[in-house]
Design a protein around this ligand. Structure first.
Ligand code: KG4
Ligand code: ZN
Length: 361
């Protein structure tokens, strides 16, 4: 009889921004537990994440969150094969809380430590369900701090094709929500307001940069919304207080449409450039329904042979679209533990000198 292979359980820890999260994932895809303590309420009144407040909240939450993840997974420490932590990019004073906790557990339990890039982990959320990825893949990561396009040859082999030259897509959602006086976090608020709005009401600019550019720029559209609400010279009265619900909805819908147009167009360029067979979508903004629908339409267009890329007349052929489940779009530790499984198998371990870094795409 074949001997049953023991599964590899990895404890993941995530504290890169304003969510304290921990999870246990077996063999990179079986979620045994996922605990997320959100700090939205703490940052709400500031309209954005305050690093000092975030760091302090992580310190308070890290122990209960990890304990709860282990409890829900029913996994004693003997059953944990490794401890993984997101150590970049993010707010260093937040990251360092997770890194310190992970190093402590790794040392006490005598288990290997695995360092994870937070953005690459977001991408992993889109691969959770897929056994066989058709390669090459284009990966679009859209979060509060980053907007990146990658060429993906495997979970561990990512090449940056383009990124934002100014604001990230999620940051633009958050800032425009603040202009429209909608609650924080901005992405879900804009999406909700946009449901009743006309996306053609205001023609906001779509910044495509150069003809072949795979980089992004979202500060122009944010400024356009600001001018629309406060007048070109910014000397006018803030009109938002006098706008009715429909007007706010129209601006939200028009802004959302413009950002999604840019994201989809750039993804199309990347797909054509590398002859991609798969598109992967992850990060907080990936929860946006319009983005999910429009990327599906893009991939359907390629699959139907209506769009042509490197393959010339034959087009790219069918393109599969893999999107992170909504609950794993925003920050979580499942994505950390899941990516760590691939590093575990490749023997890519960190040591106790591991540090936190603000940058790192
Ligand atoms: O990935 P994430 O949780 O944190 C970072 O790594 O930054 O992304 C958070 C971002 C925020 O800017 C939030 O407004 C945005 O994702 N977001 C959305 C939606 N849900 C979250 N943006 C657009 N539509 C959504 N439904
Ligand atoms: Zn994130």
């Amino acid at each position: 009889m074949q001997k049953h292979r023991e599964s590899i359980n990895i404890l993941g820890i995530e504290t890169s921004c304003d969510e304290t999260a921990s999870a246990v994932v077996a063999d990179g895809r079986i979620v045994k537990s996922s605990v997320v303590a959100s700090q939205d309420k703490l940052h709400e009144k500031y309209g954005g994440v305050v690093p000092e407040i975030a760091s302090r909240a992580h310190i308070e939450q890290i122990y209960p969150v990890i304990s709860e993840a282990l409890r829900q997974a029913g996994a004693p420490k003997e059953d944990i094969a490794a401890v993984a932590v997101a150590n970049q990019p993010g707010l260093t004073i937040s990251l360092v809380v997770g890194v310190t906790a992970a190093k402590t557990l790794s040392f006490m339990w005598e288990k290997p430590l695995i360092a994870i890039n937070h953005l690459h982990a977001h991408l992993q959320s889109a691969m959770l369900s897929e056994q066989e990825l058709k390669l090459p893949a284009v990966a679009l990561i859209v979060s509060g701090g980053h907007t990146c396009l990658y060429e993906c040859e495997s979970a561990l082999d990512l090449k940056l094709l383009g990124s934002t030259v100014d604001d990230a897509a999620g940051e633009a959602f958050d800032k425009v929500a603040a202009i429209l006086k909608l609650p924080y976090p901005g992405g879900p608020s804009i999406e909700k307001a946009a449901e009743k709005g006309n996306p053609k009401a205001v023609r906001f600019p779509r910044s495509m940069l150069g003809k072949d550019s795979l980089d992004f720029s979202f500060s122009g559209i944010k400024t356009a919304v600001l001018y629309h609400c406060r007048g070109q010279d910014m000397k006018g009265r803030d009109k938002v207080d006098n706008m009715d619900e429909q007007e706010i909805a129209d601006i939200a819908a028009s802004f959302q449409e413009a950002v999604v147009d840019v994201l989809v167009k750039k993804t199309e360029r990347a797909v054509k450039k590398i002859g991609a067979k798969t598109v992967l979508l992850g990060g907080g903004v990936a929860a946006n329904t319009l983005l999910r629908i429009k990327l599906q339409q893009l991939c359907d267009g390629f699959s139907a042979g209506k769009k042509h890329g490197r393959g010339g007349d034959a087009g790219n052929g069918p393109i599969q679209l893999l999107i992170a489940p909504k609950k794993y779009c925003t920050d979580n530790a499942v994505m950390v533990a899941s990516l760590a499984y691939h590093k575990f198998k490749a023997g890519l371990f960190a040591d106790l000198s591991l540090e936190a870094f603000a940058q790192g795409q």
